[in-house]
Design a protein around this ligand. Structure first.
Ligand code: NZQ
Ligand code: ZN
Length: 392
């Protein structure tokens, strides 16, 4: 067990109709002039945005709105949001939507609270010293950004997708009403489930520091999401299944399932970020498309964890050898992906990179992690290229 810090300051308000408490929560955290930030229009079509602005109007809280955060949110809109906040003297951000709106709002918050170019933080040049306070009304269970310290932004020039993590960016509150996720297309629900599971799997497949309590939480979370993702496939309006998945999404990425470990592996995420930057694929689908190839590449170097995953999460039972058990677990995970409509390779994801593009992604990925990274197995550029090739 390694030493750890566990810091989750976000006030979670969970359940039906909880969005009706948004004005009280904004006041509680000192907001007087709000920027409501949202995505491509789902919150307009569902009527959620109108409900929120009606509540703020009734409460006498003034606001401006900025929509347009796209999946793999763009730096250009972040700059626009920063200017708008400065002009309108905004003192509180409200993201209404999914990870893309939340991450874009966090970036706007860093840009307002710090001098200079906000991209510097995502380019690992310096650290933020603050962030405008932020609240969230979540509409998709996926990234865990509603409680996480991370924000992932794509710079249009060079299609560079990078994450920045800082406690300053953790939301002050997160309103989570599982009913709001019922308008999601099945594909996005499945992408969310894949992402949620991967946030715990990145922390689970390590070579150090694992704790019994953390493993029990991690395995319980993975089993819960697996079970409820399949229920939602058949019954998308199932409130309890939506609720299980939504809460799992937050717990999976707020640090809980990594306490005591060595920091986790994170290479599936890093490699997906290159795909997301270059081909604009949905994040959860990109993760699913790469994971099997990554798992087979690193499995022998992290065998006890893969064996444990096969037995305790995928429930495949002991096979002839530990390696056979581990491989059966990987196959069972891929079978699960197929059942929920997720790809298990790049072809199924719908992208066909050339050899040059594969090499470019491997190079950008290696550069982004300072040469090499990973806990299940340390990967360099050559290893990343081999995994991209295997996922074709
Ligand atoms: O943009 P709108 O119109 O709202 O539509 C969205 C979008 O098309 C739609 N949607 C969301 N809620 C809906 C809905 N449609 C109908 N009904 C609803 N209730 O779903 C699509 C995906 O939304 P998005 O916000 O992009 O999804 P997600 O939450 O998966 O966020 C993905 C982004 O977060 C990053 C990803 O890389 C990607 O850029 N990540 C952020 C992390 C973090 N901040 O901690 C960690 C993750 O690992 C991840 O990298
Ligand atoms: Zn993710």
């Amino acid at each position: 067990m390694f030493d750890f810090k566990y810091y989750t300051p976000t006030k979670v308000v969970f359940g039906r109709n909880t969005e009706s408490r948004v004005a009280d929560l904004i006041r509680e955290f000192g907001g007087t002039k709000i920027l409501i930030h949202y995505g491509g229009g789902s919150v307009v079509r569902s009527g959620l945005l109108k409900r929120v602005t009606d509540i703020l109007d009734s409460a006498g809280i003034s606001y401006v709105t900025l929509g347009g955060a796209v999946p793999n949110p763009h730096l250009g809109l972040v700059y626009e949001g920063i200017e708008l906040c400065k002009k309108e003297k905004v003192d509180f951000l409200l993201a209404v939507g999914g990870g893309s709106s939340i991450d874009s709002a966090k970036a706007i918050g860093y840009g307002v609270a710090n001098e200079g170019d906000v991209w510097d933080f995502y380019d690992y040049k310096r650290k933020a010293e603050g962030c405008l306070p932020l609240g969230v009304i979540l509409t998709i269970a996926a990234t865990g950004s509603e409680m996480s310290d991370s924000s992932v932004i794509t710079k249009e020039e060079g299609l560079i997708k990078r994450g920045y993590s800082s406690d300053h960016g953790r939301p002050k509150f997160a309103i989570m009403n599982p009913e709001l996720t019922m308008t999601l297309p099945d594909y996005q629900t499945a992408c969310g489930c894949a992402d949620i599971m991967m946030h715990t799997m990145e922390r689970y497949f390590t070579n150090g520091g694992n704790m019994e309590i953390t493993d029990a939480l991690a395995e319980g979370l993975l089993r819960t999401v697996k079970k409820n993702a399949l229920i939602l496939r058949e019954d998308p309006k199932n409130y309890d299944a939506r609720a299980e998945v939504m809460w799992a999404g937050s717990l999976s990425h707020n640090g809980l399932t990594g306490c005591g470990n060595d920091g986790g592996d994170w290479m599936t995420h890093k490699m997906e970020h290159e795909l997301g930057g270059l081909y604009d694929v949905a994040h959860g689908a990109g993760l699913a498309a790469i994971w099997g190839s990554w798992a087979r590449y690193v499995c022998k170097d992290c065998l006890p964890r893969f064996r444990r995953f096969a037995l305790n999460v995928m429930d495949v039972g002991e096979r002839g050898s530990d390696e056979e058990t581990a491989l059966a677990g990987i196959e069972a995970m891929e079978e699960f992906y197929r059942k929920i409509g997720m790809p298990t390779n790049l072809r199924e994801l719908g992208v066909k990179p050339t050899e040059e593009e594969l090499a470019l992604m491997a190079k950008k990925c290696a550069d982004g992690v300072g040469g090499e990274m990973g806990s299940a197995k340390v990967l360099n550029e050559e290893a990343m290229l081999a995994i991209y090739r295997a996922s074709m």
